[in-house]
Each structure stands twice: as structure tokens, then as C-alpha cells.
Design a protein around this ligand. Structure first.
Ligand code: GDP
Ligand code: MG
Length: 278
């Protein structure tokens, strides 16, 4: 399935043929815990996409893993987003599961591979291959079970053993919001925000039963992961500008002398000039 523009500031994202509410990526995000909050993509990312200088990003599949205690709602969260279904009856996840989701971000195809545990969380022993190579880690806890929030720190520590903490994106997700009263929710949110800040994770509260914030959350994961990938690609290319066009005219007598490089049109000249985020 193709989904577009997770930042939602350019056009309304298309999702299963329906339009998502505009601006939804910001309305459910708490600033206190959103360390990488910014309203839009960094200018040099937008620019690179406009000029088709995103290198291999369009062909890449980014791995996203979902961890957390048994029964906190990991499988339901993935199913709500990927299949738009919800199953009230608990079925332990068996076998290795991942769902592929295709997005289109700023006109560039981008894919996320969402990995669900295969029920090993029951034994708190997940194979290292599950964690390895993740670009984003989603740590889920049940908003109605404070112990599951406490355990998130251990889940994160385990996942980070196999990943570079400086490059991986972190999301702390409180699930089953539909089961909390507003008063209960506010209490839990206070603790969750504290944990999220310690972890340097973005905090989200969702309900897979009602669907509240599920789509917005995954759009956000896709947008941030995409941006990191484009920035890495630009970094990697260094002075070599990805997508630069070398024009060679067939009637040129000396091809070596007449080959010219197309100048970029909208990128800032000062390196890092656009790095600050709002
Ligand atoms: N009310 C409610 N129940 C949920 C929600 N998400 C999951 N559940 C229930 O919680 C149980 C465990 O969910 P599951 O996704 O299988 O947990 P996992 O072990 O973390 O994958 C199931 O009975 C689900 O129906 C939710 O958002 N609201
Ligand atoms: Mg499961």
C-alpha cells in the first residue's frame, strides 16, 4: 500500500483512499517529549527530493522494531495500521512477523518494514537478529499498567545493545488509551513523559481499538526515518552531488572538454545552514 507525505504539511496524505485530517502529525504530539519535533522537513531534505538527489533512499527498506511486555498491544498496533483491523481476542504472536508498508514522502517512494516479536517477549529473551539494524525502535507499554512502563527501560537497553544509540530513532508509545479515564490518563502521562525524556524518545498515546493516533504515529515514524535516510545519503555523497546531471552533446568534438555539470538551484551554499530545527 502506498501512503504519502507523513509530515502532512504539503498535501493531505492518502490512506486507503481516504484523506487524513490535515496537520495531524503535530496535533497529538506532546512537545515536552518530542525531542525531534519540527513542523516540516529540513530545507535541504526538501530540496534534495525536489532535485531527485535522494540517491538510494527510494530503493531502501528501513527496519522498525516494536518491543514491550507481552500483551501490551504490539501486534494490535501493527495490525491496526497495516490492515485496519482489531482483534479483541488475544492470540500470542507465533513465528517471525513483519509487515511492509510503502510510503511516498515528498514524491520519493519509501518503505518501512515493521517487525513484530514472535512471542519471545514472554520469556524476555528476544533473538539479537530481531533487534539488529533497526532504524527506529518503538517501545510499547500499556497506559493502564504502570509495571509495563517501568519495563520499557529494560526493553530499550536490550534493543540498544544491537544498535547504535546515536543514530536510531526512539518512540515511547502508550497503548490502550480507550481503557483509561481522563484522570487516570493524566496521571500516567506524567510518568510516561518523564521516561520518554530520559530515553530521548518521542512520546505518543494511542488506541488500536478506536484507531486514535495510530495512523498519525506511523506517519511520523515514516517521516522521521525518511529524513534521517536522506540526510545520511547527502552526508555520504559529500562533495559528489547525487543526481547531478552531466550533459554530453553528441555533436561535441571533444566530449571531455564540453561535459558540464548542472548547477543545483535551491540548496543553501553554507554547509549546515539549515540544520537547526524549530
Ligand atoms: N481495549 C483495548 N485493548 C487492546 C488494545 N490493543 C490491544 N488490546 C488487547 O490487548 C491484548 C493483547 O494485544 P496484542 O496486540 O496481542 O499484544 P502483544 O502481546 O503486545 O502483541 C488483546 O486481547 C487485544 O485485544 C487497545 O488499544 N484497546
Ligand atoms: Mg504480539
Amino acid at each position: 500500500m502506498l501512503r504519502s507525505d507523513p509530515f502532512t504539511t504539503h498535501t493531505d496524505p492518502v490512506w486507503r483512499g481516504r484523506s487524513a485530517p490535515p496537520g495531524c502529525s503535530v496535533m497529538c504530539l506532546r512537545k515536552e517529549a518530542a525531542l525531534h519535533v519540527h513542523k516540516d522537513f529540513q530545507p535541504r531534505v526538501t530540496c534534495a527530493c525536489q532535485e531527485h538527489r535522494t540517491g538510494t533512499v527510494g530503493f531502501k527498506i528501513s527496519k522498525v522494531i516494536v518491543v514491550g511486555d507481552l500483551s501490551v498491544g504490539k501486534t494490535c498496533l501493527i495490525n491496526r495500521f497495516c490492515k485496519d483491523t482489531f482483534d479483541k481476542n488475544y492470540k500470542a504472536t507465533i513465528g517471525v512477523d513483519f509487515e511492509m508498508e510503502r510510503f511516498e514522502v515528498l514524491g520519493v517512494p519509501f518503505s518501512l518494514q515493521l517487525w513484530d516479536t514472535a512471542g519471545q517477549e514472554r520469556f524476555k529473551c528476544i533473538a539479537s537478529t530481531y533487534y539488529r539494524g533497526a532504524q527506529a525502535i518503538i517501545i510499547v507499554f500499556n497506559l493502564n499498567d504502570v509495571a509495563s512502563l517501568e519495563h520499557t527501560k529494560q526493553w530499550l537497553a536490550d534493543a540498544l545493545k544491537e544498535n547504535d544509540p546515536s543514530s536510531v530513532l526512539l518512540f515511547l508509545v502508550g497503548s490502550k488509551k480507550d481503557l483509561s479515564t481522563p484522570a487516570q490518563y493524566i496521571l500516567m502521562e506524567k510518568d510516561a513523559l518523564k521516561v520518554a525524556q530520559e530515553m530521548k524518545a518521542e512520546y505518543w498515546a494511542v488506541s488500536s481499538l478506536t484507531g486514535e493516533n495510530v495512523r498519525e504515529f506511523f506517519f511520523r515514524v515514516a517521516a522521521l526515518t525518511f529524513e534521517v535516510n536522506v540526510l545520511a545519503e547527502l552526508e555520504k555523497s559529500g562533495s559528489r552531488r547525487i543526481g547531478d546531471v552531466v550533459r554530453i552533446n553528441s555533436d561535441d568534438s571533444n566530449l571531455y572538454l564540453t561535459a558540464s555539470k548542472k548547477k543545483p538551484t535551491c540548496c543553501p551554499t553554507k554547509p549546515g545552514a539549515d540544520l537547526e530545527r524549530s
